[in-house]
Each structure stands twice: as C-alpha cells, then as structure tokens.
Design a protein around this ligand. Structure first.
Ligand code: DGL
Length: 283
C-alpha cells in the first residue's frame, strides 16, 4: 500500500519531493497524466474524467490516499469525485481509500487559520488589507476558488488571481530558462498593472510553477513572501495521517514514477529541480 500523488504532469513532483522526505519510510507512487497535460485550458467535465481515471490508476497501484498535487484538478474535480465516485469506489475495493486536494492546506497557510474558521460576514472589515496574488492556470482562475474560499475565512486579505495560460505547458516541455523568465515577468507585470501595485504576498497556485519558483522570486519585489504549496501540503498531510491511522501507507520506502505519456527520462529542467535524472515508466 502507498501514498499516491497525481498531477497532469511534472508539476506535482514539487509536492512529491517534499512528501518523500516527510514520509520517508512510506511507499510513494507518482502518476503524471502527461498524455493529457496540460489540464489548465480544458473544460470542467474533461478535468473531472481525467482526474477520476488517474485516481483509479493510483488505487490500482496500491495507493490508499491519493493526493491531487494539482490545483486545477483540486479546484474542478475533487468535490465531484468525493461526492459521486469515492463512496462506490470504496465499497468496490473494500479497503479505506481517499482523495485529498491541495487547495485547503494552501488557504490555511495563506490565512493562518484552520479551514473550519469562518468570519462573521456582518463584522466590520479591517481597514488595512493585504493583497494576495495567486498565479495559476486559466481553469483555476476561472473557478475563483481562492477568492471565494479566502473571502469566507479572512477579513484582511484581498485575492487577485493571475491566470498564466501556457506556462505549465512550457514547463512540461522543459522550455529554456530564458523563455520561462520572460513569461513569468510578463505575468507578474500584468498583475501589478491590474492591482495598481505589486501584491504583498503570493501563492504559486499551480504546482508546475514551484519548479521555477526562483524566477517568480526574481520577478516579484525582493522579499515578497511566497506561500509554498509543498510544505503546506506535507504539514496538512502529517496532521491528517495522525488522525487517520486506518490508511495503510506501506513501509518499504518504495518510489514509483508512472506516466500515461511517453515513458523515459524527463527534461533537463526536471533533472535540475529533482537533483538527479528522473525516469518515468508506463502507467
Ligand atoms: N500542475 C497543475 C496545477 O497545479 C496543472 C497544470 C496544468 O496541467 O495546466 O494546476
């Protein structure tokens, strides 16, 4: 049995890498749906069906808990799968299984409040508010999940999402750093023009962007605090596993990397991020 980690492609490796150190003794299986990446420009129904197929594949590979290391899948598909698919799937497999997303832990880290915290909508808003910039895919931006959920939980944070269409695809293809630098600068600049100033804090709300977090740090004003999803997700998972000992996470330290796309070595960009060449096998 294992922890499963799912993404459209290589972005979820950012979360996966953190989980491999936090849960070193557990077995971990990574699945990249590279045959269908990127997800960010796809329609909602498509994203739901692809995410469901990915989770099923990971359960087949022995996962007890699947972490959707993908904001787009978490924003668009997670609730549907939890409500309409997981109950049957649990009964069919007759073992405890679950699918968890990464937006809840990110919002908890951004607001400094537990998910259960809700503000009194009638309370007076604070006069000093911080502006939070969320860089994400078009599908995540269109879902407005960060705006809606943060607004319920924090009275001193205004959220502006900046869709960066095409960026995850470029990272997936291992585009040269110079090309990525220009695209990141353009989006940071576009957000600044829209808000009228730079954001006070930022979320890299697409796991692919974490691979080039240095380029975001370079484009944002020096010292801008950035909420990193891998750490936020690993912290939340540790708390979740402590509350849920029923999940068998394996204990042989097995690491599998599966892809629905072309098996083989990943790009030089990924090898640099990972610290060693990384090879995916056929899912
Ligand atoms: N890495 C994913 C995310 O966090 C998906 C990017 C994409 O496939 O467009 O949203």
């Amino acid at each position: 049995m294992a922890i499963g980690v799912f993404d459209s492609g290589v972005g979820g490796l950012t979360v996966h890498r953190e989980l491999t150190t936090r849960f070193a003794a557990c077995d971990l299986v990574y699945l990249a749906d590279q045959a269908h990446a990127p997800y960010g420009g796809r329609g909602g129904e498509d994203i739901v069906q692809l995410t469901r197929a990915g989770c099923a594949r990971l359960f087949d590979a022995g996962a007890s808990v699947v972490v959707l290391a993908c904001n787009t899948a978490s924003a668009i598909a997670l609730r549907r799968l939890q409500q309409t698919w997981l109950p049957e799937e649990r009964a069919r497999r007759s073992r405890p299984i679950n699918v968890l997303g990464i937006i809840v832990p990110t919002i908890e880290a951004a607001t400094g409040q537990p998910w259960s915290h809700e503000i009194d909508p009638l309370a007076e808003r604070k006069s000093a508010i911080d502006v939070l910039g969320v860089f994400c895919t078009a599908a995540t931006a269109m879902s407005r999940v960060y705006e809606i959920e943060i607004d319920k939980r924090s009275e001193d944070l205004a959220v502006f999402s900046e869709a960066c269409p095409g960026l995850a695809g470029l990272i997936e293809l291992g585009a040269p750093e110079e090309e990525l630098r220009v695209v990141v600068r353009d989006h940071v600049d576009a957000l600044r023009r829209r808000i009228g100033r730079h954001p006070d804090r930022a979320v890299l709300g697409c796991t692919h962007y974490e691979i080039i977090s240095d380029l975001f740090a370079e484009a944002l004003p020096p010292g801008t605090p950035v909420i990193h999803q891998p750490q936020a997700v690993a912290d939340a998972l540790a708390r979740y596993f402590a509350r849920h000992p029923e999940y068998d996470l394996g204990q042989s330290g097995r690491r599998d990397f599966l892809t629905t796309g072309q098996p083989g070595p990943q790009s030089a960009l990924i090898a640099r991020f990972w610290g060693a060449p990384l090879t995916f096998t056929a899912a």
